[in-house]
Ligand binder design. Structure first.
Ligand code: PHE
Length: 459
């Protein structure tokens, strides 16, 4: 396919280019770092089940809606709503998305900086054997240092900015063709190794055999919903923006299913890699955001030549994080380019720079600002993550579902999405019109205790 320019907008060079870019956005720290620690904190299998239900019944339909909106409007997260529904308030969803992009990338850069630091320490040999104070001590020393993590956050953000500066198509269309499959192969290999560890039985039970009593805790629904949106890059217009670089020849439902399917597979494989090790090495599953950093070095230490796997693991995970970070920055940059007529270069530098600065408190919150607790005892990073991932993304998704389900003529929605008037297309619209909005609404209500209150009225 040719590199045709559509009124000056970039277009993906091929169908594969688009799918790879969307997969590159979806697969990232969310599948390994965030999935592992959130699953660990929420008790494992019961959480996983709700997470999968959220992906299937809420996530995939909204992925389809974002692709459809983006390709049809050919504009950014905000402009797409303005174009398809001029003068209507739907564009608030896009503005919330831009805000979420700023927030998520601010802490994403911090964690990706940690990953990069670990990669370099496997390169230099520092982490080939346990340092004085052990791997946990090494981790805590590093993240509580006021300056050191900022350097790595800066380097990671600089790489993200550089890619967005040259343009999404040139920058990322090719980059993930090799590295993402390699990460997949490595995770599969490491999860096979995990199954040989002493903790395999316990780890698998934790991940796959649900403790049903966990389902009575309203918080795990919100956590699962947020994780589904975060992992799918959903609810903030990232997929609208990527869909806008797509030509009209593509078939969207297949693309949506493969992106969501692959993303979910990565998370499950990562779970099989991590939880047997968590039990084998006696680490608490609910250790929080440090879980991956504390457990994986033990795993590599227990393999002969394991440092090589450590090196590859942190390198490939950093690469996966980079393609996700690019999509986050692109949401904001695409908006500023159109809305304020900035050049791509100016937008990438200015916005990327601001986001780097916004991330600094999240980094300092691990050390000198660790006594600052914002939302329910969460530190700065966790609080920003909570507001963006568990509130803004599902809220944005809710609006996108309503827009596609009710703001479109039914016949248009069916044909613009490539579903046509099929049972699948109608099922999709049903989920967007009724199921997803109601489910998101109920999860919100229950997480603030309102659902209980209302149900009690009827008891
Ligand atoms: N999905 C990405 C990940 O799993 C993070 C992301 C969220 C990217 C939202 C874009 C938009 O790491």
């Amino acid at each position: 396919m040719s590199l045709k320019e559509d009124v000056g907008r970039e277009q993906w060079a091929s169908r594969l280019g688009f799918i790879l870019a969307a997969m590159g956005s979806a697969v990232g720290l969310g599948n390994v770092w965030r999935f592992a620690y959130v699953t660990g904190e929420n008790g494992g299998a019961a959480f996983l089940l709700i997470y999968l239900a959220c992906i299937l019944l809420i996530g995939i339909p909204i992925v389809m809606a974002e692709f459809t909106i983006g390709r049809k409007a050919k504009s950014d997260a905000v402009g797409s709503f303005e174009k398809l529904a001029p003068g209507k308030p739907w564009k608030i969803a896009g503005l919330m998305g831009v805000a979420a992009a700023f927030m998520i990338l601010s802490f994403y850069g911090v964690i990706a900086g940690w990953i990069s630091y670990y990669f370099v320490n496997y390169l230099t040999g520092n982490l080939w054997t346990a340092p004085e104070g052990g791997y946990e001590g090494f981790f805590v020393d590093f993240i509580t240092n006021p300056y050191h993590p900022l350097l790595w956050q800066f380097l990671f953000m600089a790489a993200t900015i550089a890619i967005v500066y040259v343009g999404v198509k040139k920058g990322i269309e090719r980059s993930n063709k090799i590295l993402m499959p390699l990460l997949g192969v490595l995770l599969i290999g490491l999860s096979a190794y995990g199954l040989t560890l002493g903790g395999a039985r316990e780890g698998l039970a934790f991940l796959f055999s649900p403790d049903w009593s966990a389902l009575t805790d309203p918080n795990i629904y919100l956590a699962a919903l947020g994780q589904a949106f975060f992992s799918l890059s959903l609810g903030m217009g990232a997929l609208i923006t990527y869909g806008s670089y797509l030509s009209n020849k593509e078939r969207l439902p297949g693309a949506a299913a493969s992106v969501a399917g692959l993303d979910t597979l990565f998370a499950i494989v990562a779970g099989i890699m991590i939880f047997p090790a968590v039990f084998a090495f006696g680490i608490e599953p609910a250790s929080g955001p440090g879980l991956v950093f504390m457990i994986m070095p033990d795993v590599f230490d227990s393999i002969s030549m394991g440092w090589l796997f450590g090196l590859l693991f942190f390198f490939l995970l950093a690469a996966a994080a980079l393609s996700s970070a690019v999509s986050l920055l692109e949401v904001a940059v695409a908006y500023f380019i159109r809305r304020f007529s900035w050049s791509r270069r100016k937008a990438a530098l200015v916005i990327g720079g601001i986001i780097f600065l916004l991330g600094i408190p999240s980094s300092l919150g691990q050390g000198i600002l660790s006594n600052v607790a914002i939302i329910g005892g969460r530190d700065i990073l966790d609080s920003i993550d909570f507001i963006a991932s568990n509130i803004l993304l599902p809220l944005g998704g809710l609006m996108i579902a309503l827009f596609m389900g009710w703001g479109f003529k039914k016949a248009d929605a069916l044909s613009d999405s490539d579903f046509g008037d099929t049972w699948l297309g109608n099922a999709w619209l049903f989920l967007l019109r009724y199921f997803a909005p109601v489910a998101i609404f109920i999860i919100f209500l229950s997480s603030i205790g309102l659902l209980d209150l209302i149900l009690n009225l009827f008891r």
